[in-house]
Design a protein around this ligand. Structure first.
Ligand SMILES: *Cc1c(COP(=O)(O)O)cnc(C)c1O
Length: 457
């Protein structure tokens, strides 16, 4: 069959956009382990979860049997403002690498939040509004999730309280201003506005904060403020579900041209973009219809999959969130201060964790200097200034393409380009000045953190 000329960008028509999210858990033989109550260590009931999360999102969180869940029309209309996102054939990168591999990337940076996080933010805000709530609270690290949620809340006229990790609040003042422009209330964490924040500040005066700590503060405020619930930008099953829109669009675009990927690559922080991208393809693999290689890429300074333990752990420093079984470095683990490339969460999606434990996907680590080298090469040839997080996937896509060059194989590689890096210029500056260093945690450091894992079987 004559090959159709593949355009630089494969778009979908509005009517080709997904009308349902795909829930990969429905096709998993081994389901992800249930969330546990941090006090009783028993599985969380819907009622208990409902004190923290919106009711409809609790249902989605616990549903591991329904394969397709309709996307409400209002969310689909919001998606239409910035989706479908393009699937780009990286002709220029292929040319630069002189590789026989065919490289595609799904670009999620074409919205003001600059990342894929808006896909779940609008869904979570929508269900909060449906429930008649007044507002939501959340944490943000680098700021992409806080920005996405602020945008979604502005659209639906909901209050939005964001606890932003203090070091980012100070290093990324423009991120904070974007959120405030969308009407969000932004507090640097740890703060004195919560009991847990005060406790952490007492114990660690001068701390620059962590995601785990910001989560605890946001959860505390949501539980103590009538009409508020907590929402989370990654890790949870519901977030992977919403992010499946990435994979469904990717698959629809590839199918249009009869393209079959061999390798699908994504960066992994909490696992939401990777989970979303691979879900429909993983579904085919789980049902025995197709075979693909899936690769999760994580920083060597925060290697949850590759060096973590598969165990129940806390999602937050304050130990108020439900326990989740996942690959984890321990909720006390904080990546080295020299780490600038994002993806610094200690744990991982429980869905992806189960798939990894079952040998259905691979994981690898890269150093941050390798990541920024790939980022710069990509920016020069493909034009887009990538987020450091996304550049983890770029690095491994390039490495796989170079392997094809050696063997002469014409593999098709798809990777997730999750966002843009305009707010990461301090990190780029370090790279450009040649002062970026790599850090690998020692086994001793990790053992210390593992020793504090909760005692649950
Ligand atoms: C948040 C973020 C990530 C990592 O989060 P996941 O939940 O692992 O997808 C990756 N890239 C960008 C641009 C992000 O904002």
């Amino acid at each position: 069959m004559e090959e159709k000329k593949i355009p630089y960008k494969i778009y979908l028509e509005e009517e080709e956009m997904p009308k349902e999210w795909y829930n990969v858990r429905a096709d998993m033989k081994n389901k992800p382990a249930p969330l546990l109550n941090p006090e009783t260590k028993q599985p969380m009931t819907a009622e208990e979860l409902g004190a923290i999360f919106c009711d409809e999102l609790v249902k989605q969180e616990m549903d591991d049997t329904t394969a397709y869940i309709p996307i409400p029309e209002e969310i689909r209309n919001f998606y239409k403002m910035y989706r479908p996102s393009p699937l780009v054939r990286a002709y220029c990168l292929e040319e630069k690498l002189q590789t026989p591999a065919k490289i595609y990337y799904k670009f999620e940076g074409n919205n003001t939040s600059g990342s894929h996080k808006l896909n779940s933010a609008i869904a979570q805000a929508y269900y909060a509004k449906q429930q008649g709530l007044k507002g939501v609270t959340t944490e943000t690290g680098a700021g992409q999730w806080g920005t996405a949620l602020s945008m979604a809340c502005a659209y639906l006229d909901l209050d939005c309280k964001v606890y932003m990790v203090k070091v980012s609040y100070e290093q990324k003042p423009f991120r904070k201003e974007v959120m405030r422009t969308y009407g969000a209330n932004v507090t640097p964490s740890p703060s004195t506005t919560t009991e847990i924040g005060k406790k952490i500040l007492e114990r660690h005066p001068g701390t620059t904060g962590s995601l785990g700590c910001a989560i605890s503060e946001a959860v505390e405020v949501a539980s103590n403020t009538p009409g508020y619930r907590y929402v989370l930008g990654s890790v949870m099953n519901q977030v992977l579900l919403h992010q499946s829109v990435i994979g469904l669009e990717t698959k629809a675009a590839l199918d249009k041209y009869g393209i079959e990927p061999d390798i699908i690559i994504g960066c992994a922080g909490g696992g939401s973009n990777l989970g979303g991208l691979i879900s429909p393809f993983m579904g085919e693999k789980l049902r025995g219809e197709k075979n693909y290689r899936f690769i999760a890429v994580e920083p060597e300074s925060c290697p949850s999959f590759t060096r973590g333990k598969y165990a129940y752990d806390f999602c937050d420093t304050g130990m108020v969130c439900p326990l989740q079984k996942m690959y984890t470095l321990g909720s006390n683990f904080i990546p080295s201060a020299s780490h600038a490339g994002g993806l610094r969460y200690h744990g991982m999606s429980s869905t992806l964790s189960q798939l990894y434990a079952d040998g259905l996907m691979e994981a690898t680590t890269v150093s941050q200097t390798q990541v920024f080298e790939a980022a710069q090469m990509f920016a020069k040839v493909e034009g887009i200034l990538p987020a450091p997080e996304s550049s983890h996937a770029i690095r491994v896509a390039i490495d796989e393409a170079m392997k094809c060059k050696e063997t002469g194989e014409e593999k098709t590689i798809v990777f997730g380009l999750t966002g843009t890096g305009y707010f990461d210029m301090v990190a780029y500056g370090k790279y450009n000045d040649g002062v970026m260093s790599d850090y690998v945690p020692t086994d001793e450091e990790l053992e210390k953190s593992f020793a504090l894992l909760p005692d649950v079987e």
